[in-house]
Ligand binder design. Structure first.
Ligand SMILES: *Cc1c(COP(=O)(O)O)cnc(C)c1O
Length: 423
C-alpha cells in the first residue's frame, strides 16, 4: 500500500466522516471566494440563494435528465427556466431553447445550429464563421470541433467588434457571425444591430453571446441604465447564450441556449434511429445528464424573482462603478475602454512616464488575499464584479493602492495568463 492517492484506489473503503474531512482539508489552498476577495469564478447570491440551491440539489442529486419521459419534472423544469429566460430576453412567442451545462456548451450548440442551417438551407459544405478577437475562446473550440473555418477580426479602439472588418470576410459560405453582450475581456457591448444586419444580408445566423450579460442587462434596463439593443428585439439575432451559473447566481453547470424559432432550434438537436439501443434523441451535447444544476437554477430563479435580480443587479453595478472610479483615480492605472456593467480590465496608464507592471500588481494583490484573472494582450487584470464583492470595494481599493505603491518601478517574471488549466 502506498500513501500516494493519485495511483490506485485503496481496496478498503473508509468511513464517510473520514472521507469528508479529507475532502474538506483539500480545499485549504483554494481561493477564498466567501470573503468577497475573488473577482470572478464564483458568484455569490447570498444566504437565501445558497439555501434554495442546496435544497434543490439535494432533491435532485440522483436523478437523470437523460430521459425526461422517465423524469417529466426535469422536462418541465427545463421548459420553465428556458421560458422565463426567453421572456427576459424579449424572445418572440416562437422562441425555443434548452438548458446546457454552461456557456461553452450553449455556444457549441449555437455554432452547430448555424452550420446545420447553412448546410440544409443553403447547401454549404465548407462553412465559415466570423468572430471578433474579443469573442470567447469557446467559439474557436466550436470551429475546431465542427470543422468550420473561423475568421478572427480586430476590435475598434474602444474594444468593440469592428463590423466593417467583419464585412470583409462575408461570403457565400458564411454561416455565422457573432456578437457579444458584453464581451468578456473588457466588458464592452458589441454593436449587435449592425452585426445582425450583416449576418441577415447573407441569410447567416447571428449568435449573441450573452453568457455574461444575459442575467444582468435585462435588469440593468429595468433599473433605467442605458442598455444598447442586443436581444431578440434586434431583427436578425437568431440565437443567444445566457449563463445562469454566472450572474444568474445558480451553482455551476447551467446555461441557456435560445433560438428565435423552433425551426432554428431543430438544427442544434441530434436524433439517431439506427442504434440497437433504440431511438436516441438529445437536445445538447450531453448524454446522461445531471438534474442538479437544472433544479438548482429553477429554485434560485424562483427564490429571487425579478425583484431579487433587480436588487442584486443594482448592488453589482454600484460595486463595479465604485471600483472603476477608484481605479481611475490611482496614479498609473486605467480601466480599458468604457465598460458600464459588471466587467472591467485594469491596465497600466499608457501615458505614464514609467508604466507600472500590472502583473506585479496582481501578485501584490494576491499576497494581500485578492484574486484577479490575468489577461493579455495587452497585459491587464480582469474583474467580473458580482454580489460576491459587496461590502469590500473600499477595502479592495486600499489594497490596490498599496500594491501599486509597492511595485512602482519593479516587475515580475511571471507573464502567464492562465484562464484555465489542463490538470
Ligand atoms: C463565461 C463565458 C463564456 C463561457 O462560458 P463557460 O460557462 O465558462 O463555459 C462564454 N462567453 C462569455 C462572454 C463568458 O463570459
Amino acid at each position: 500500500m502506498t500513501a500516494d492517492r493519485t495511483r490506485g484506489l485503496a481496496s478498503e473503503g473508509r468511513p464517510v466522516d473520514d472521507v469528508i474531512a479529507d475532502l474538506a482539508a483539500k480545499r485549504d489552498d483554494d481561493v477564498r471566494w466567501r470573503d468577497g476577495r475573488t473577482f470572478g469564478l464564483v458568484f455569490d447570491g447570498g444566504p437565501g440563494v445558497h439555501e434554495a440551491a442546496e435544497r434543490a440539489a439535494m432533491l435532485y442529486l440522483h436523478e437523470n435528465a437523460l430521459n425526461t419521459m422517465a423524469f417529466p419534472s426535469l422536462g418541465r423544469i427545463q421548459s420553465e427556466v428556458v421560458g422565463w429566460t426567453a421572456d427576459l430576453l424579449h424572445g418572440p412567442d416562437t422562441a425555443a431553447g434548452f438548458l446546457t451545462s454552461g456557456g461553452t456548451e450553449s455556444i457549441l450548440c449555437g455554432v452547430k445550429a448555424a452550420r446545420e442551417r447553412g448546410r440544409t438551407e443553403r447547401g454549404i459544405t465548407a462553412p465559415e464563421m466570423i468572430v471578433a478577437e474579443s469573442a470567447h475562446a469557446a467559439f474557436h473550440k466550436a470551429a475546431h470541433l465542427f470543422g468550420i473555418t473561423l475568421h478572427k477580426t480586430p476590435v475598434r479602439d474602444g474594444w468593440t467588434a469592428d463590423v466593417e472588418a467583419m464585412a470583409e470576410h462575408v461570403n457565400a459560405n458564411t454561416v455565422l457571425i457573432v456578437g457579444s453582450a458584453p464581451q468578456y475581456p473588457q466588458g464592452v457591448m458589441d454593436p449587435i444591430p449592425e452585426i445582425a444586419a450583416l449576418a441577415a444580408s447573407v441569410d447567416a445566423n447571428c449568435h449573441v453571446d450573452a453568457c455574461m450579460g444575459g442575467f444582468v442587462l435585462p435588469f440593468a434596463e429595468m433599473l433605467g441604465r442605458p442598455v444598447p439593443p442586443w436581444d431578440f428585439r434586434v431583427e436578425g439575432v437568431s440565437s443567444i447564450s445566457a449563463d445562469i451559473h454566472k450572474l444568474g447566481y445558480a451553482p455551476k453547470g447551467v446555461s441557456v441556449i435560445l433560438h428565435r424559432t423552433k425551426e432554428l432550434r431543430a438544427h442544434q438537436t441530434f436524433v439517431f434511429d439506427g442504434w440497437l439501443g433504440g431511438f436516441y434523441a438529445s437536445p445538447n451535447l450531453q448524454g446522461t445528464r445531471s438534474g442538479v444544476p437544472m433544479a438548482a437554477a429553477w429554485a434560485v430563479m424562483q427564490h429571487l424573482g425579478v425583484d431579487g435580480y433587480q436588487g442584486l443587479t443594482r448592488t453589482v453595478l454600484d460595486n463595479a462603478d465604485a471600483m472603476r472610479a477608484g481605479i481611475r483615480a490611482i496614479d498609473g492605472l486605467t480601466v480599458l475602454g468604457d465598460p458600464t456593467y459588471h466587467l472591467l480590465a485594469i491596465a497600466p496608464d499608457p501615458d505614464a512616464a514609467d508604466p507600472i507592471d500590472i502583473f506585479a500588481v496582481g501578485d501584490a494583490l494576491q499576497r494581500r488575499g485578492w484574486f484577479h484573472d490575468r489577461q493579455s494582450p495587452p497585459d491587464n487584470l480582469h474583474a467580473t464584479v458580482s454580489n460576491t464583492n459587496t461590502g469590500v470595494i473600499e477595502e479592495y481599493l486600499a489594497a490596490l493602492r498599496d500594491s501599486v505603491d509597492e511595485v512602482r518601478g519593479a516587475s515580475t517574471d511571471d507573464r502567464s495568463t492562465g484562464y484555465a488549466t489542463l490538470e
